[in-house]
Design a protein around this ligand. Structure first.
Ligand SMILES: [Zn+2]
Ligand SMILES: [Zn+2]
Length: 162
């Protein structure tokens, strides 16, 4: 006799046919059915993992991807035009490498564009050729932004609510 306090459970396996003789049980199953049970679980887990790898949730919607491709092409065409070679900011004669979205793309302008089925992102009418420096400045400097990001809706300067 050993001192072991762990007594193996003996009883009827839940997967064996009813009335089978009592056996040592693990997770209510005989050795054979326990093995079957474990295999089934690991197969399910592997399947689950494989499914997750195969079908990653797209981070960018199809529509957005399409727009992004269109944008890349339009942008190159826009910046290649003779009239768009220089930055649109007064007194700046830097080469225009970027596109400034003169309407902005948020808030009121965004709502207006939605209502009129216009893409502020893709509509070249609202684009301005801009140098790298001023593109960043317009994002950082709200005064500069107010001066140059004109509202094409009212024809007046953009009103920024603070
Ligand atoms: Zn069994
Ligand atoms: Zn500039």
């Amino acid at each position: 006799m050993t001192n072991s306090t762990i007594k193996p459970k003996i009883g009827e396996c839940c997967d064996c046919p009813a009335g089978s003789k009592p056996q040592y049980l693990t997770a209510k199953r005989c050795a054979f059915h326990y093995k079957v049970y474990r295999n089934k679980i690991s197969t399910l887990k592997t399947k689950d993992k494989a499914e997750k790898v195969r079908k990653p949730i797209p981070r960018v919607s199809k529509k957005r991807q399409k727009e992004s491709r269109q944008y890349t092409i339009k942008r190159l065409q826009f910046l290649a035009q003779p009239g768009n070679q220089r930055c649109f900011i007064e007194g700046c004669n830097n080469r225009a490498d970027t596109v400034e979205h003169s309407m902005g793309r948020r808030g009121f302008a965004d709502q207006w564009a939605r209502d009129n089925n216009i893409s502020l992102y893709l509509d070249v009418r609202f684009w301005r050729p801009c140098c790298n420096f001023h593109n960043l400045e317009l994002e950082r400097d709200s005064e500069l932004s107010e001066k140059y990001q004109l509202s094409k809706i009212s024809g007046k300067q953009k009103i920024i609510k603070r």
